[in-house]
Design a protein around this ligand. Structure first.
Ligand code: ATP
Length: 235
């Protein structure tokens, strides 16, 4: 039998009040693979990640984690079951130090090892352990926020716009980190403004348009000139 999807949205509709923003969205994150979710502004990418992590309830449809229906499971319990959401806009505690932020994310008994791994991935954080997170640069805050994907040892990571507002050299660091996560067997669902870069580290891709899945197929096929023009070129 085929292995279960790491994460799956099946036939999901979702609304904010009277405004429906997801229409029959089905997508699969395969185990140990990188899946890119792309599409123009307002297409419903962030909303899809929120449905996956439990911050939003779909009006119709199902969310599955490792083949189990988790549609009714609250966010914090999804997190202890191995799903990690790195939201847009850097979810760090600004008044706590880097070390305190890292400590909070790590499960009991894994703090030292987790901090070691995170600072190995992002050496600059190791030099700033006693600094308040709010005084870090944007790129350093993003690295701190991405460290959660290491500290909690998740099996599935949802990443929303990790490169937003970062200097190009930091964008390189972030994409390298994401690629490493994928290579280590973490199942990744990635939303990022840089479609070409996302597709080039992804195995599979979905394009959302006005809340619907417009493309579902191999990432490299979308990088083909005509396909790219058709699905992404017009923005
Ligand atoms: P972007 O790339 O601009 O972040 P996106 O694809 O992530 O876009 P979403 O953030 O999922 O899109 O938004 C989808 C639609 O839902 C948009 O039209 C947006 O205005 C609307 N929307 C998002 N959040 C809310 C909210 N809290 N209340 C009402 N409408 C919302």
């Amino acid at each position: 039998a085929a292995a279960h999807a790491a994460l799956e949205l099946r036939g999901v509709d979702c609304s904010y009040g009277d405004t429906q923003v997801l229409r029959d969205v089905s997508l699969v994150v395969r185990p140990g693979r990188v899946t890119a979710l792309i599409g123009p502004n307002g297409a419903g990418k962030t909303t899809s990640l929120r449905v996956a992590s439990g911050l939003l309830r779909p009006t119709t449809g199902t969310v599955l984690l490792g083949g189990e229906d988790i549609t009714g499971v609250p966010t914090h319990r999804r997190s202890t079951r191995g799903l990690c959401h790195v939201p847009e806009g850097r979810g760090v505690y600004r008044n706590l130090t880097v070390q305190e932020n890292l400590t909070m994310q790590a499960p009991r008994g894994t703090v030292a090892a987790g901090i070691e791994r995170a600072t190995a991935a992002f050496p600059v954080l190791g030099q700033r352990l006693q600094q308040k997170a709010g005084t870090l640069s944007g790129g350093e805050q993003q690295m701190l926020s991405l460290s959660a994907a290491y500290l909690r040892n998740p099996s599935v990571v949802l990443v929303d716009e990790p490169s937003l507002g970062l200097a190009p050299i930091i964008v390189d660091v972030v994409f390298e980190f994401l690629q490493t996560l994928g290579a280590e067997g973490v199942s990744l669902l990635l939303v990022d403004q840089f479609a070409i870069r996302s597709l080039s580290i992804a195995d599979h891709a979905y394009v959302l348009r006005r809340g619907r899945v417009a493309y579902d197929g191999p990432a490299d096929e979308l990088l083909d000139g005509n396909m790219f023009e058709q699905y992404i070129g017009e923005g």
